[in-house]
Write a protein that binds this ligand. Sequence first.
Ligand code: PLP
Length: 341
Amino acid sequence: MALILHVQGDRWRAVQQATLRRLPGLVPVIKGNGYGFGRQLLCGEAHRLGAPMIAVGTYMELPEALACFGGQVLVLEPYRAVLHHDLPDLRSTRVVHTVTAPDDVEDLRSVQSKARVVVEGLTSMGRFGMPLRSLAAFVTSSGAEGVTLHLPLGTGHVAEISRFVEAVPDNRRWFLSHVTASELGELTARFPDREFRPRVGTDLWLGDKGAYEVRADVLEVRALAKGERIGYRQRPQPAGHLVVVSGGTSHGVAMESPAAAATARQRAIAVAEGALEAAHRVRSPFEVSGVMPRFAEPPHMQCSLLVLPDHTTPPAVGDAVTVRMRLTTAYPDAVVLHPTK
Ligand SMILES: *Cc1c(COP(=O)(O)O)cnc(C)c1O
């Protein structure tokens, strides 16, 4: 049994190229579940794109990134002496660290005197960073090669970024997140002697939903009599067909907010009860015989039990069904990159 992510290689790579043209100098972000594709595969894609630098989310992701990508690796999580001092790879000069405090820089340089750093500014995101008023002095004292800003989703970034750029006039390179192509154009026009480098994950890897598809196998099909009890929870089912498909909690099925098909009331129930408990009340993300059937009960670890309505023709064992799931919470068993048809 398997849940497989199928990717149309050419179409997927065309979106990557288009994103790079729209956001020149972008730094591919490769973190977490690798946006569903896996981090190692994305390292290869970043290399194909000719990116000189990638960004990983945490120090835990650093060894793998250094092993599978030959260029520079920016760590988005700030370096903290108390947490990271003993980690391997701190001596690698391919690593670019994010720092937010002088003590941490001092500690880092005690391990590698040539450690490369960028300073994070505290934006309206309010997550990590050095406040604006102390930023310029810290950039100078730390010998940082750039400033990094993490901004909330949405628009209106130019005004906030401009305040930072004006407050640190000597800093040339700026790493930014969640800026649009037009915002980037505006910034470049306003500050022509600065370099703006957007960090991009979602738009780069998930920019064309038609370029990839998750598919599951039909493992079992059986007629259900009205009121028949099945599953871990022995819930009575309506008349129809039980369809068991591959794909469960270990793949991230129903770990996202309930499917878009759910009604507002169902979503409210899901929020109140937790998405997993509510999953049996909402439509599953599996597309079977042209419908999105309900779960018979919350998904199991590696498979899901679905109830197909009485009047719908069931699939056959061995058929593949499409799964509409968000890839940032997906852990497919395998990723298949298809060549051009
Ligand atoms: C995750 C992350 C990004 C990339 O975000 P996407 O929405 O996936 O493009 C950029 N910057 C930072 C600091 C991040 O943590």
